[in-house]
Design a protein around this ligand. Structure first.
Ligand code: NAG
Ligand code: NAG
Ligand code: NAG
Length: 449
């Protein structure tokens, strides 16, 4: 099953690289779909191939049984002091892991979340002993070769991050024994880089992987063109300084909100889509970072859902890739397109010209529901793409039907995003055609594929 899933997950990036992308399945909401529906959706309709939970919710673990999906679980910070007690750790494993393993592919346990930056000294002091005792409990259950143990960190653990080569950990006294332990048990160092929390209006392009002058690191003579690389290399430098450059790095959380309070520059749907799409492409490209060339990074986008009960500013409730009804807030190329090769279009309802030009358009699928098509219009036009032609008096306003307007908007999106098949999926309401849908003065954009 795992091999098959991995085989099916081919994302059409330019390089043809295989995409591996995880999501954080946070559940601070009262409107989320049942876990079984979520599992089916992820498996059938997206290329997401791993999840991280912030707990050990038995219903969610059950929902992912027999799917082969790797699942990372998290132990809450307040359990850390108890876990130093080996019997407690053993009980914890037998209560929370063993009922689900191996039918659910739990492959990693994260002990606490951003414990060091949370600055609770009781938790920090007990973190490594807790991880050690959990590991011992896994050994006694013969699970230690199947389940890793780690703990995720915010970048608050770093000081001097500019330039990246100058970075060091603030708390070497915790990080050094931690890295040493992770190396011993062959587990990764998990970090949560958030360019979103590091950018200013001046560095927005740097944060978003857009063309920009970049940053030169005099220490290494390396040039940085994006903040993600700079952040990961800062982590690498700090690890290397302590002698742990060989320990794997996993990106436990990364994301960008699609909505915020008032008018912060760079907080909208289009920017969130742009950032997350670039992250997926970048971590899967095999390019690596300037100091870690040719490496890929197991990466978990934050988050799967908009979570309506998260406290704090508006943006906290708007990091999700999907709404609670499973419609995408935006598409970053992780939706699976229906497997259709070069079928001829199902009808000739569009003007029958072209067909051999090599041009392609995205149109609505016959029978797609009007409500879904209206959502496509709202989504595309909400991104700020030019929907002028389908507004009253525009050349494509008539026929004034949701279907016609949706076809125009969906094609606009497909062409703008680079004409990937998945850019025409729209939750299975779009399809690619070789027949030019243009008519009269209404021109549908096209481009050679
Ligand atoms: C998901 O795929 C499984 C297996 O192919 C199938 O049985 C199930 O009906 C699909 N579910 C949805 C919602 O498409
Ligand atoms: C250790 O954990 C076990 C099992 O939960 C419990 O019975 C015992 O009292 C704990 N010991 C200490 C010293 O807390
Ligand atoms: C990275 O890959 C390139 C191209 O395959 C190769 O030339 C280079 O030596 C590799 N670098 C490292 C550090 O492996």
């Amino acid at each position: 099953m795992i091999t098959m899933v991995a085989f099916l997950i081919i994302l059409s990036t330019g390089s043809g690289a295989e995409a591996s992308i995880g999501v954080n399945y946070g559940t601070l909401a009262n409107n989320l779909p049942p876990p079984r529906q979520v599992a089916e959706f992820l498996l059938n309709s997206t290329v997401i191939n791993r999840i991280r939970l912030f707990n050990t919710d038995p219903q969610i673990l059950q929902a992912f049984a027999h799917t082969g999906f790797p699942v990372t679980v998290t132990i809450p910070n307040d359990q850390i002091p108890h876990l130093t007690n080996l019997s407690f750790a053993q009980r914890w494993i037998s209560d929370h892991i063993q009922p689900h393993f191996p039918s659910t592919n739990i492959n990693r346990i994260l002990v606490g979340n951003e414990v060091i930056s949370a600055a609770n000294h009781l938790h920090i002091r007990n973190l490594i002993p807790a991880m050690q005792s959990l590991h011992t409990a896994l050994v006694s259950a013969s699970l230690h070769r199947r389940i890793q143990i780690s703990t995720p960190h915010s970048l608050g653990i770093l000081s001097h991050t500019t330039p990246p080569s100058s970075a060091r950990f603030r708390q070497d006294y915790v990080l050094k024994p931690l890295l040493s332990f992770l190396r011993t048990i062959a587990s990764p160092f998990v970090v949560n880089p958030y360019p979103f929390f590091g950018y200013s209006p001046e560095t927005l392009d740097f944060a978003l992987f857009r063309p920009n002058p970049g940053v030169f690191d005099h220490g290494t003579k390396l040039h940085y063109t994006n903040m993600f690389d700079a952040q990961l290399d800062s982590v690498y430098s700090a690890m290397r300084r302590l002698g742990f450059s060989d320990v794997d790095i996993v990106v436990g959380e990364i994301g960008w909100p699609s909505k915020g309070d008032n008018d912060q520059i760079g907080v909208d749907v289009a920017t969130a889509a742009e950032f997350n799409k670039k992250v997926v492409e970048h971590v899967n490209s095999g390019t690596g970072t300037p100091r870690m060339p040719n490496r890929t990074f197991e990466t978990y986008i934050f988050a799967l859902f908009n979570e309506n009960l998260k406290p704090g500013p508006v943006r906290e409730r708007n990091f999700g890739l999907f709404r609670s009804d499973l419609t995408p807030v935006y598409d970053i190329g992780i939706l699976r397109s229906p497997v259709r090769t070069s079928d001829p279009p199902e009808s000739d309802r569009r003007s029958p010209v072209g067909g051999s030009s090599g041009k392609r358009w995205c149109v609505t699928k016959l029978g797609a529901e009007t409500e879904a098509l209206q959502r496509n219009i709202d989504y595309v036009c909400g991104l700020g793409l030019n929907c002028g032609p389908i507004i009253v008096d525009g050349p494509c306003f008539l026929p004034n039907t949701v279907e016609a307007h949706a076809a125009y908007a969906m094609n606009l999106f497909y062409q703008t995003m680079g004409r990937h098949e998945f850019d025409c999926d729209f939750v299975k309401t779009g399809e690619i055609t070789v027949i030019d849908p243009s008519y009269g003065d209404c021109q549908y954009h096209a481009a050679l594929v």
